[in-house]
Design a protein around this ligand. Structure first.
Ligand code: UDX
Ligand code: UDX
Length: 437
């Protein structure tokens, strides 16, 4: 099948490359010409495991192409995915200007039937607006359908998530749209949830809000653990084995970031408010997440006494492991605060350094975790990269000025860290006096 994707960001590019891998002919279009030039030269604009290989392979077999011309993309494909950004407005609502512009341009370029699919995360009823916009601008007599097909791709494992989905949600309003999308995804052999457009749009926001709720829930429990002397790892293990709860998204830490959870929560709160529904629960989820970062900063201060003039090694800048994405990353807030307090910062991330250099000024970027620990009064872990779990901790201790580790991702065992002679502060895992006597 012939497909075009408008917007070659994290979502659009992964979707395009994976659909090509399934055997379809895909054209990715982006208004950012420099991005298209990079991709045409087989250079990935983002770090996403497995993506580069997929792009190269499918370009070679001529199933994947790139253009910055929207009319060309609309001309050659029957199915057009919209995957442009939907940033937050100040009041939390999603800014749908890009979506509207793209819908209008698609309509103007259409010369025959097209199925327009919203892939970007959008508020409920956006599909209807896209439909209206296209109807207003399309040439008379040209048929089209609009459908919603939300993505559930986690950065860092987006390719795997696409190729092995738990489910595929198809929000359709016609048999023709349902048949086309069913054929498109047939090779994946995944469970399909075929529903109306509004329900599909709600499934996306409700899913991300629910996952964010799980994270904030366990973070609130972690804070309680710190107060009463319990271990949140044990609590989440004990909870997660209950199949009704499930073990995922119960890792306590410095809180969630990224381009989706904070934005989607704010948008879902606004959607509910506009619909006259008071979704207080979600406001608390956001608030707990904001507090979580403050609690971590307070911990740093409590353990260092004065931050001013001290050297802090920061391990991890990306909002989560296996990505170079810094959007809403807790590291930005942690580093801004440390700088304000007058600390000297030595920061390292396995992938996010090039992007970090553009946005973080006045700090020293170092080439590995050991360099970050060199002469440090404290080591602060902000992203749970696997690489950090495998460090030679004895060497780290020798290199530090004072062996204090503040772990915002709970990647080490408090008991082991104590054995090694560290002062170790995790989240919801207080160091206990040794009961073995
Ligand atoms: C975005 C949304 O933020 C998310 O809510 C949605 O689920 C999918 O799309 P992401 O892919 O991470 O997520 O965004 P981003 O990496 O910013 O990519 C958007 C791309 O669209 C950019 O490359 C941008 O250049 C492009 N774009 C934007 C266009 O091609 N045309 C436009 O008019 C606007
Ligand atoms: C999310 C959705 O999971 C995905 O389906 C799609 O809709 C895009 O948005 P993403 O933001 O890429 O994916 O990453 P995700 O793995 O969901 O993590 C989001 C944030 O929550 C990260 O900052 C992560 O560190 C944090 N998190 C996650 C925790 O703090 N604890 C957990 O147990 C899980």
């Amino acid at each position: 099948m012939k497909i075009s994707i408008i917007g070659a960001g994290y979502v659009g590019l992964v979707t395009g490359a994976c659909l090509a891998e399934l055997g379809h002919h895909v054209t990715c279009m982006d208004s950012d010409r420099s991005k298209m030039l990079l991709l045409k030269a087989n250079t990935m604009p983002i770090y996403e495991p497995g993506l580069g290989e997929l792009v190269r392979r499918n370009r070679k077999s001529r199933r994947l192409g790139f253009t910055s011309r929207l009319d060309e993309a609309v001309e050659i494909s029957e199915i057009i995915f919209i995957a442009v950004g939907t940033p937050s407005r100040e009041n939390g609502a999603a800014n749908l200007t890009y979506v509207e512009n793209v819908a209008r341009q698609i309509a103007e370029a259409m010369t025959g039937y097209r199925l327009i699919v919203e892939k970007s995360t959008v508020p409920v009823a956006t599909g209807e607006w896209i439909e209206r916009t296209i109807r207003l601008h399309v040439k008379k007599g040209i048929e089209f359908d609009v459908a919603s097909n939300p993505e559930f791709l986690r950065e860092g494992s987006a390719v795997q998530d696409f190729l092995h989905p738990d489910r595929i949600v198809l929000g359709v309003e016609s048999g023709r749209a349902r048949d086309i999308l069913t054929r498109l995804y047939k090779p994946l052999k995944a469970p399909l949830v075929v529903t109306d457009m509004k329900s599909a749009e709600l499934i996306k926001h409700a899913s991300n809000s629910f996952l964010a709720t799980k994270v904030s829930f366990i973070n609130a429990v972690a804070n309680l653990c710190d107060q009463v002397g319990a271990d949140v790892h044990e609590v989440s293990r004990g909870m997660g084995l209950d199949r009704r709860i499930g073990p995922d998204f119960l890792e306590a830490g410095i809180g969630f970031g990224g381009s989706c959870f904070p934005k989607d929560l704010a948008a879902f709160v606004k959607i509910s408010e506009d619909a006259g529904v008071d979704f207080t629960l979600l406001k608390s989820v956001s608030q707990i997440n904001k507090n979580q970062r403050q609690i971590f900063l307070k911990r740093i201060e409590e353990n260092l006494w004065n931050v001013s003039g001290k050297t802090i090694g920061v391990l991890g800048l990306a909002f989560k492991p296996n990505t170079d994405d810094l959007r809403e990353a807790p590291s930005l807030e942690v580093i801004a605060w440390l700088r304000k307090e007058g600390a000297r910062i030595r920061a390292y991330d396995p992938q996010a350094m090039p992007k970090a250099r553009q946005v973080l000024k006045g700090i020293t970027f170092v080439r590995d975790a050991y360099q970050a620990a060199q002469g440090a009064d404290a080591l602060v872990i902000v992203t749970g990269w696997d690489e950090f779990r495998k460090l030679d901790l004895k060497k780290i201790k020798e290199m530090m000025k004072y062996p204090l580790v503040l772990d915002g991702r709970n990647i080490y065992s408090p008991a082991h860290m104590k054995e090694l002679g560290f002062r170790y502060v995790g989240i919801g895992r207080p160091q206990k006096p040794d009961r073995r006597g």
